[in-house]
Design a protein. Structure first.
Length: 273
């Protein structure tokens, strides 16, 4: 079970300064904040590891939600999505053409050939660990398998560029150029985000762009990169529940997400499994 960290109790104890870059007010974090994010990120990734054996044909997305909820509580943490702006569940489960923010349901039963994104965010000692991962239900189509691989590879190509002096434009461009070269499209309505002691913070991290533009990265920045990539056209729409985003053309979508921090020499992935 995760042990409580002995850390300062006010947000200012974790912030070295706030800077303005590309019109955004961005917090730079200190060593104590890195320690907090390591613990929160580790628990988030452990939650996905824990549910992996349960992600199989015949299970409901509601069951996965309950498993994640119980695991998080057992480890002295809180599921961040639960009741966030009215969201009713502890995780997001996005199946097939659902791009993001799919709501777990007892009637949504996984079947062979499905692909599933599970998005987990935990709050541990005030820090947010946010990550998502794709799962295959049995044998999936070649297209689905390629989409998942390309989405993961695009994320890791972007992370490889993170270091002081790089820009968010570099990151977005790396994702876009690779995904589009493989015949896929980039969702532009949703983006990554700053985090730390709050769930969603500056900077916004879009998954397309021009090299050398946007926020210039500095040591102590915390943010997620979470590309959403479609097999068809990039357009999305949000369903009447106010949360579930789907592809307009009903083609498959995939997503991976890591929380990370900019270090003096590069990047630390807090949510690496």
């Amino acid at each position: 079970m995760t042990q409580a960290l002995q850390t300062p109790t006010t947000p200012q104890d974790f912030i070295t300064k706030t800077i303005t870059s590309d019109g955004q007010e961005i917090r730079l974090h200190n060593k104590a904040a890195f320690d907090g994010m390591r613990a929160a990120g580790r628990l988030a990734s452990q939650t996905l590891d824990y549910i992996t054996p349960f992600v199989e044909e015949g299970v409901s997305t509601e069951k996965l939600d309950q498993l994640c909820h119980d695991f998080t509580i057992k480890h002295n943490a809180t599921p961040a999505p639960l009741n966030y702006r009215g969201y009713p569940k502890s995780i997001c489960t996005s199946v097939n053409h659902v791009v993001c923010h799919g709501i777990p349901s007892p009637t949504k039963i996984l079947k062979k050939g499905d692909i599933l994104n599970v998005d987990v965010t935990v709050i541990l000692n005030g820090f947010y660990g946010d990550t998502s991962r794709m799962f295959k239900i049995g044998k999936v189509s070649n297209l689905a398998s390629k989409l998942i691989d390309v989405t993961y590879d695009s994320l890791m190509r972007a992370i490889d560029l993170v270091k002081p002096g790089a820009t968010l434009g570099d990151i977005g461009h790396a994702i876009q150029i690779y995904a589009e070269s493989q015949g896929f499209s980039i969702v532009k309505e949703f983006c990554g985000h700053g985090l730390g002691l709050v769930f969603h913070d500056a900077p916004e991290v879009v998954h397309f762009g021009t090299p050398g533009t946007g926020v210039v990265l500095e040591e102590g920045m915390f943010f997620t990169i979470e590309p959403m990539i479609n097999a068809g056209k990039p357009g999305t729409k949000t369903l009447s529940d106010g949360w579930t985003a789907v592809t307009r053309d009903k083609t498959l979508s995939a997503q991976f997400e890591h929380s990370l921090g900019v270090t003096a020499t590069g990047v630390e992935i807090f949510t690496r499994s």
